[in-house]
Unconditional design. Sequence first.
Length: 282
Amino acid sequence: MEETFDFQYKLSGSSKSSRPGSHKSSERGSGMEFNRLVSLQQYPDPRRLDLRASIIDPYERWLVREFKQRSAVSVFAIVDLSASVRFHGLQNGKNLIAKILTSVMNSVRRYGDRFGLIGFDNKFRQDWFMPATQRIPVNFDTLNLQFPPGKTGRGHKGLMEAPNWLPKEKCLLFFISDFHISLNLLSYFFSRTISHQVVPIILEDEVEHSGYDRFGFAFLSDSETSRKKLVLLTKKFKDSLKENYSKRDQQLLTICRQFNSMPVKILGDFDPKVLTEHFFGH
């Protein structure tokens, strides 16, 4: 696989994890961010005594400085493995997913966080599940990215089970899909992951909403149902296709905003800088 660079990310709000790391935390510890003054009895660490504050304290207490530590977080990639993701237009869908996953793993490893993996199609994919770990043993040069043939790879009902496999503590979730998913199912997923930070990564190929540069009769195939339909490719048809995609994009954006989540669209090849700008460019 070609070299894939990492990106920078951050957790919105504060992590409640007790594991030291790189992210803002609500846990007290050996960090550099001053939190408050507390009595020595509350926080028995004489190394942090504040003599000046103790002298002027009206209750004549020994006061120590309490700091907030930097904490690690768990980062999960939730991957749509349904049949439509295998679409091969200007980009190869499977290779694009592998490239994004490799970049996520490299970034998580650099931050010292834990990485977990969840895959789904019409069922929860046990063979694509990995609990959050710092070892990050997955090697995508050897991982089988062949999507299952037949009906087993079609549909998205497995997404309903994905939240059951997440930790209770706040996690960062990269939700990778082409999002040809029922809007009701998406709303259900977002409602179940409201305590986490979800970053939807929308995979889109230029061919999908613009069509090929040709006119005339052609067979169009639905990846999820394998149904084929004979259509006449005209300018009117392509304009209608673009309009439908635009409406779909607006519906997805509306759902994401309802749950305080902003999607990232990958149109064509993947550039890790897009994710860095997502976290730090607003």
